[in-house]
Design a protein around this ligand. Structure first.
Ligand SMILES: NC(=O)c1ccc[n+]([C@@H]2O[C@H](COP(=O)([O-])OP(=O)(O)OC[C@H]3O[C@@H](n4cnc5c(N)ncnc54)[C@H](OP(=O)(O)O)[C@@H]3O)[C@@H](O)[C@H]2O)c1
Length: 236
């Protein structure tokens, strides 16, 4: 009998992460979704909430033990949770946004959550990914992380963290190639969330549908690519 597909997504409490959690449950995945609240929304759609604050790196080993004790394989790992400059209070914002006001703490927090933790989680989950049939790791990146598209200054923390995530996705793709684990980054487009703002053209449901189609389509031949949701290559 075919094993039920299992997915783990970070930041499943709202935005693109919640819509993707719902979509994957509807597509018959067993879904584990991380959150920093009680996870009511996640439970309501039939997924399993798991507490994780990506800023608390010391909590990662405990989190990994918890999940590894409950699953035998992992088909899909989606690194969705992220912090943008618009999320945080003005003092923090200036520390990672504006040249002249940049500080170590603001930049470090952004890079820790958006780039370092996805790599460490992937590394710790390699054993269960290897047990799946066609394991895939998807990084939610952004056009703001594309070096070739930079045309103005500012937003150091977010843009820098996504550029680093793109580089580390490439390295992960190479390190995990011999294990048959596909690693891709995707720009989800401009989506109506707290991060994307209310004027963005895409709803979270539309975004989740596009991302699901991409997940179904990608295979080892795409590993190491940065993609648009329609499967075309996105410039680095
Ligand atoms: N929306 C867009 O237009 C757009 C465009 C390009 C790329 N993206 C990317 O798409 C992904 C999802 O974005 P979104 O628009 O859905 O964002 P969002 O609505 O702002 O949601 C962000 C998610 O990240 C989680 N998160 C933030 N800091 C965290 C932390 N320290 N620990 C654990 N979880 C944390 C939040 O959890 P809490 O609820 O606990 O805060 C929330 O679930 C991100 O990687 C983003 O960079 C979005």
């Amino acid at each position: 009998m075919e094993k039920k597909k299992i997915a783990l997504i970070t930041g499943g409490s709202r935005g693109i992460g919640l819509a993707l959690t719902k979509k994957l449950v509807n597509e018959k995945y067993e879904v584990w979704a991380t959150c920093r609240d009680e996870g009511e929304e996640i439970k309501n759609c039939g997924a399993q909430p798991l507490y994780l604050d990506l800023n608390q790196v010391e909590e990662i080993p405990g989190f990994i033990n918890k999940i590894i004790n409950q699953i035998t394989h992992l088909d899909l790992l989606i690194h969705n949770a992220a912090l943008s400059a618009t999320h945080i209070d003005l003092t923090q914002k200036q520390k990672n946004l504006e040249f002249g006001k940049l500080e170590f703490s603001g930049l470090e927090k952004m890079i820790r959550i958006n780039s370092i933790v996805p790599v460490l989680l992937t590394q710790s989950l390699t054993s269960v990914l290897k047990n799946a049939h066609n394991p895939k790791v998807l990084m939610l990146s952004s056009r703001k992380g594309a070096l070739s598209l930079v045309n103005k200054g500012g937003n150091y923390g977010y843009k820098g963290s996504k550029a680093l995530l793109n580089m580390w996705s490439l390295l992960l793709a190479e390190d995990l190639r011999s294990d048959g684990i596909c690693v891709c980054s995707v720009n989800p487009g401009h989506v109506r969330t707290a991060m994307g703002g209310e004027d963005a053209p895409l709803s979270t449901e539309e975004s989740a549908d596009h991302l699901y189609e991409l997940i179904e389509e990608i295979s080892m031949k795409n590993s190491g690519q940065l993609l648009h949701t329609n499967g075309q290559k996105h410039p680095y």
